[in-house]
Design a protein around this ligand. Structure first.
Ligand code: SF4
Length: 225
């Protein structure tokens, strides 16, 4: 990426038309509520934008908001968010000094009985939403970017990227951040078949997060956000 090409220029999905001219986090957060870059805004309560310090050194990217996130308007507040909190703490990383977001900003769901069940976003929906994610990364400019799961990894690193093959690899020269790493989404750990598999999944997630901790510096934050 040269000095005049911005990240947003590289992720030119339909949401681009809804991005504000000034792309600080506050204006982006307001503007995302008006986005109609794909159809997902129709059935969601609200867009769920990223949260955290503008000065965070670590940005974590998940797939999309879940039921609780959709209702509350905050990312990673459901069971997967709690597991992420635990894993970050176990890896010595303070979540309050990170920035957490999703590749897709509106909740995609299907009704099963009375429950709204998560549905995986389609490729065209992920691509449509790309400009919001690119604008967040550009606003925060983290030292380390961690993709949680295949959707985030493929949104940022390309459709051929396989988390199963490249999990935990420290990737440089992406133009996204000095270090990019992909690991599993905490919700996949929660879906484990039994307690032992869940324990192993949790340990691996913690191990991956520990790998990036040395790049974050003491205290993680670069200052108040
Ligand atoms: S999912 Fe993304 S692109 Fe689609 S309407 Fe929501 S914010 Fe816009």
């Amino acid at each position: 990426m040269d000095s005049v090409t911005t990240l947003v220029d590289l992720y030119r999905g339909n949401a681009l038309a809804f991005l504000p001219a000034t792309r600080d986090l506050g204006r982006l957060r307001e503007a995302v509520q008006g986005c109609q870059g794909c159809d997902l805004y129709r059935d969601a309560a609200q867009a769920v934008f990223g949260e955290g310090k503008r000065t965070a050194r670590l940005v974590l990217v998940g797939e999309q908001p879940g039921d609780r996130e959709d209702l509350s308007g905050h990312p990673f507040v459901g069971p997967a968010g709690h597991l992420l909190d635990e894993a970050l703490a176990a890896a010595g990383i303070d979540r309050s000094l990170t920035y957490v977001t999703n590749a897709v900003k509106h909740f995609k769901w299907t009704l099963r009985g009375k429950r709204r069940l998560h549905q995986k976003p389609r490729q065209d929906e992920i691509e449509a939403c790309g400009p919001w994610l690119a604008a967040e990364i550009e606003a925060v400019r983290p030292e380390v970017l961690v993709c949680l799961g295949a959707t985030a990894a493929q949104a940022l690193l390309g459709r051929s990227f396989r988390v199963t093959q490249r999990r935990g690899e420290l990737i440089r020269d992406t133009g996204l951040a000095p270090i990019v790493m992909a690991t599993v989404h905490p919700s996949s750990v929660l879906r484990a078949r039994d307690a032992e598999e869940r324990r192993q999944g949790r340990e691996l997630l913690i191990e991956n997060l520990r790998q990036v901790a040395p790049f974050l510096g003491h205290g993680l934050g670069k200052g108040a956000g």
